[in-house]
Design a protein around this ligand. Structure first.
Ligand SMILES: *Cc1c(COP(=O)(O)O)cnc(C)c1O
Length: 344
């Protein structure tokens, strides 16, 4: 198979139009079989609940090429389960696991020419999403739903590329409410975050960092990435909160830290200002961000710096990144069975 003629190592995290997408429709209590289509456009009714009331949710995962040429998915079953929890919260029909996984496999296979080669530093980002469509006016669940999956070859999410330091800024805006939808990948959570991201950028950071919405005291997460910190006593800690999006990457990183790097790990509330002096390394993690070491955080006009005065990547963050990415790329053994080759 001929790969597309792209400059793989120069890709950024942006949309590239590929040949196929997958579409299935839910109507009258039933899912259609689902099919590959070529058009990147969608035609929907002007009253569709997705347009007015944000009845929409999404997922994100990556496919990477292994040294032997296999195309590997990373823990797609967890994305399916997370989408099911989101759809239940948003009164949407759940996408059956078989349909979800088949949609992903078909779309990767059909777009195999767009999957970046091994060693290019790029990967294929996969975006499954579900929207509520059809004639509607009042606030109620949609009469019809479309599940779509598209893909795009991508490079690094944050400017700088590969494993590079980023800075975060705590902004006086919340991403989620205490009993709201923060724990779900619901479209409604993200438009409200655009302004916080912009304000963080205006302060010289890459992204906003959120504190808990009830007390503005405990660490939550960044705009599209969870947080993992190394305390000075060697413990690896991730914030516990009901309004954080449960990241597949974070779960994997915590497992590696405990099982392979020998750290004690904890999921507990982290009182940011009270504990900041005890934090040695700070990292943001997610499918798009992978693991991004955080050098500095700005809060209330003060910058707090971590490992190496905020100028150096910490050794534990580096080790977590190396191990996670080598499993994802099929470069080492995968004792957990996290990767899954797409049948070609
Ligand atoms: C998608 C997302 C993450 C990362 O989750 P992964 O499963 O690791 O990709 C973290 N936070 C938010 C708000 C997200 O939307």
């Amino acid at each position: 198979m001929e790969k597309k003629d792209l400059n793989w190592s120069e890709l950024s995290f942006s949309y590239i139009d590929t040949d196929y997408r997958f579409s299935a429709v839910f109507e009258d209590g039933e899912w259609s079989e689902g099919e590959l289509i070529t058009s990147s456009q969608m035609s929907i009714h002007e009253g569709s609940p997705v347009l007015h009331y944000a009845q929409t949710c999404f997922e994100g995962l990556k496919a990477q090429t292994a040294p032997n040429g296999d195309i590997l998915l990373f823990r797609p079953d967890l994305n399916c389960k997370r989408m099911a929890s989101t759809t239940a919260r948003l009164m949407m029909p759940s996408v059956p696991e078989a349909l979800f996984l088949r949609g992903i496999e078909e779309i990767v296979r059909a777009n195999a020419a767009w999957v970046p080669p091994h060693g290019s530093g790029a990967s294929l980002y996969i975006r499954p999403f579900l929207i509520g469509v059809g004639e509607n006016l009042g606030l109620r669940p949609a009469p019809r739903y479309e599940f779509r999956v598209f893909v795009s070859p991508v490079g690094p999410y944050y400017k700088g590329g590969g494993l590079s330091l980023i800075d975060l800024a705590v902004i006086d805006l919340d991403r989620a409410a205490p009993k709201g939808t923060g724990a779900y990948k619901a479209g409604a959570n993200y438009a409200g975050g655009l302004m916080a991201t912009q304000m963080a950028k205006d302060l010289g950071a890459s992204e906003a960092l959120y504190l808990d919405p009830a007390q503005h005291r405990y660490l939550e997460e960044a705009g599209s990435a969870n947080i993992v910190v190394l305390m000075k006593d060697g413990t690896v800690v991730t914030p516990k909160s009901e309004s954080i999006l449960p990241s597949v990457t974070r779960r994997s990183v915590m497992t590696i830290a405990e099982d392979e790097l020998g750290h004690t790990t904890e999921e507990r509330p982290i009182d940011f200002l009270a504990e900041v002096d005890q934090i040695e390394e700070f990292a943001a993690c997610g499918t798009a961000a992978v693991i991004s070491p955080v050098g500095k955080i700005r809060m209330n006009d003060t910058w707090y710096a971590f490992h190496g005065n905020g100028e150096a990547i910490g050794p534990v963050t580096q080790a977590l990144y190396d191990r996670l990415t080598s499993i994802q790329k099929g470069e080492t053994d995968d004792p957990y069975g996290w990767t899954r080759p797409v049948e070609m």
